[in-house]
Design a protein around this ligand. Structure first.
Ligand code: ARG
Length: 409
């Protein structure tokens, strides 16, 4: 009987394959692997067998794509959450769901420990461990990559060979890629030079603007209460809809992001992302809000969305503040229903129309024609009072100036 039972968040890559055996030996543990499918295009078949061959007694491969979109990505879309105003947070939003499911598997299996394969200098370790701690404070988190003896990939491969751990002899990919249906993050290699333009081979799902069609492509997206429900008039479930927009955006070079990002652990890193559907949906949703949200609600929402985005990025999805802001955000979305028409053209997203049954745009107030219903005469009194403080400042200061002069005399 092993002393410990560990559920490992398992990708099937070199690190987590080596981890299975390493944990088994170093913790005298029975190992169970868990792999969450968040809609990545990477093949997940054969993972159970691979885990078994690395020393696991049992493995779970669970499809979480729908839950990921509906319970994590779309709530963040409703908020308009982009980290540092650019990154739609595909990785950041996936981690709390993976951590939650990891805990569920651990409970089901009666495990006392969980382990992940995140490095010691990234955000993901924080997201995993803080989420696990918030959901199951008694579970012990293990992060072998922070402590084990291997200093390089080669050393891990040697260990794998010595222990008959099957590692695919994949050709060396110069990039570290983390992918799910909401977006792909690409790091390392030449991308570590912030002045180097990302080579075309870094991108997995989008063509370059140069290779995009010379004709624009229009796309109409319909939302109900802030949630996308149809594309070009066709109702779709969440997963099909996002897949469809990834395709449409990808072929028009839409959704590439290249940024220097502030990590929670204090490092600035160069990040390249692809998120065609995410970027299209954020643009469309923002535009629909412009026509449906009352001015002060829209302005106030913008003030708290930065805090909300930081909470998600910094691993605090399962926190009272994130939940409280979410409740506010959800309330604001009650009338964010309608359609937005976008023109996609060589990497650009151009808004070309919007409509809503709850549109607050009133043509009779907006028009400059004879149909105008706006009371122009009311503006006189409005401006008088609105501008009163500034007139007062001038008057008072002038008086003070004059009195000072007479005082000096
Ligand atoms: N910087 C991004 C984030 O913290 C992406 C992390 C990507 N992870 C990876 N293994 N490449 O959300």
């Amino acid at each position: 009987m092993s002393k410990n039972k560990i559920v490992v968040a398992y990708s099937g890559g070199l690190d987590t394959s080596v981890m299975v055996k390493w944990l088994k030996d170093n913790y005298d543990a029975e190992i169970i692997t868990f792999t969450g499918n968040l809609g990545q295009t990477k093949e997940l078949v054969g993972l159970e067998e691979k885990a078994h061959n690395s020393g696991a007694t049992k493995s779970y491969v669970l499809d979480l794509t729908k839950e990921y979109l509906e319970e994590y990505a779309f709530p963040a879309l409703k908020a308009g959450a982009m980290y540092e105003e650019a990154y739609p947070m595909a990785c950041s939003l996936g981690r709390p769901l993976l951590a939650k499911t990891l805990v569920e598997v651990a409970r089901k299996e009666g495990a006392n420990m969980v382990a992940h394969g995140c490095t010691g200098k990234g955000n993901d370790q924080v997201r995993f461990e803080v989420a696990v701690g918030a959901l199951a404070p008694d579970l012990i988190n293990i992060a072998p990559l922070r402590t084990w003896e291997f200093k390089s990939r080669e050393e891990e491969i040697d260990y794998a060979k010595a222990n008959n751990i099957p590692v695919a002899a994949t050709k060396d990919n110069p990039y570290s890629i983390d992918e799910n249906i909401w977006g792909t993050a690409i790091e390392c290699g030449i991308l570590e030079d912030p002045m180097a333009e990302p080579p075309e081979d870094a991108f997995q799902h989008t063509v370059s603007p140069e290779d995009a069609p010379d004709q624009p492509e229009y796309v109409i997206i319909e939302f109900e209460k802030g949630i996308p429900v149809s594309v070009n008039g066709k109702e779709m479930d969440s997963v099909s809809l996002v897949k469809e927009l990834n395709k449409i955006g990808g072929r028009n070079a839409v959704g590439r992001i290249d940024m220097i990002e502030n990590r929670l652990v204090g490092i600035k890193s160069r990040e390249v992302y692809e998120a065609p559907a995410g970027i299209i949906l954020h643009n469309a949703h923002k535009e629909l809000e412009r026509i449906t949200l009352e001015k002060s609600v829209a302005h106030y929402k913008a003030l708290i969305v930065q805090e909300y985005s930081n909470l998600i990025y910094n691993g605090l999805w399962f926190s009272p503040l994130r939940e409280a802001i979410q409740a506010f955000v959800d309330k604001t979305q009650e009338k964010v229903t309608g359609m937005v028409k976008l023109k996609l053209y060589k990497g650009n997203i151009i808004v070309s129309g919007r409509t809503s049954p709850y549109s607050l745009y009133d043509p009779e107030l907006a028009t400059y024609t004879a149909a105008d219903q706006f009371d122009h005469t009311a503006s006189e009194g409005f401006i008088k009072i609105y501008g009163l403080p500034y007139k007062t400042i001038n008057r008072v200061m002038q008086k003070a100036e004059d009195e000072k002069k007479s005082f000096v005399l």
